[in-house]
Design a protein around this ligand. Structure first.
Ligand code: GAR
Length: 194
């Protein structure tokens, strides 16, 4: 049994839609002694998600949902999460919005990472918008998930300088590196006291 400070680690599901670099990073974090989470399940809406390879590599159970009907799909996901005794959900590049009903089932236990300094630039294309507006600073945010997009209570943020030479891609990569440091810290902050 994996333990954290003498307690059992919290069974966690990660939700992704794409590359999964945060997923990979959270897997590595979860192996550490000081991690309060153990990753039990990967959930995705995209059978082509590149991040699926990390589930294979680390033998993490995975579930792929077609998401044709949101209500029915969420019902299935909730049932799978309960079957697997999941206590914590970390969204990591999951591009679907969870319903109020879904969130009610895991109140205060769903975290998301977003590539901007919220409340600035909710939604998509955050880096393009920051550069277009000639911002000097951007960054990333870990927050609790509520039913409004990118709007839940902020847990932690990290600022990142924007350089004149930045393109959306260079900025994205620099922010992503900070995301990989911020998400574990935020998880520790929220769940170490449970
Ligand atoms: C990350 O930059 C994450 O902050 C962002 O998607 C990327 C996923 O990258 N999330 C959102 O935009 C959610 N609104 P990854 O698949 O390599 O972890």
């Amino acid at each position: 049994m994996k333990k954290y400070n003498g307690f059992k680690k919290l069974k966690t599901a990660i939700f992704i839609s794409g590359k999964g670099s945060n997923f990979n990073n959270l897997i590595k974090f979860s192996f550490k002694k000081n991690s309060p989470i153990k990753i039990e399940l990967l959930i995705t809406n995209n059978y082509k998600a590149k991040g699926l390879k990390f589930a294979k590599k680390y033998r993490i159970r995975k579930k792929i949902y077609k998401y044709q009907d949101k209500f029915k799909t969420e019902k299935k996901i909730i049932s799978d999460l309960k079957k697997n005794k999941i206590k914590v959900i970390c969204l990591a590049g999951f591009m679907k919005v969870l319903s109020k009903n879904f969130i009610k089932n895991f109140r205060g236990k769903i975290l998301n990472i977003h590539p901007s300094l919220l409340p600035k630039y909710k939604g998509l294309n955050t880096h393009e918008r920051a550069i277009k507006n000639k911002d000097k600073i951007s960054g990333c945010t870990v927050h609790f998930v509520n039913s409004k997009i990118d709007s839940g209570k902020i847990i932690m943020q990290k600022k990142v300088r924007i350089f004149k030479t930045d393109t959306p891609k260079t900025l994205k990569n620099r922010i992503l590196r900070q995301e990989h440091m911020l998400y574990p810290k935020a998880i520790q902050k929220v769940f170490s006291s449970l």
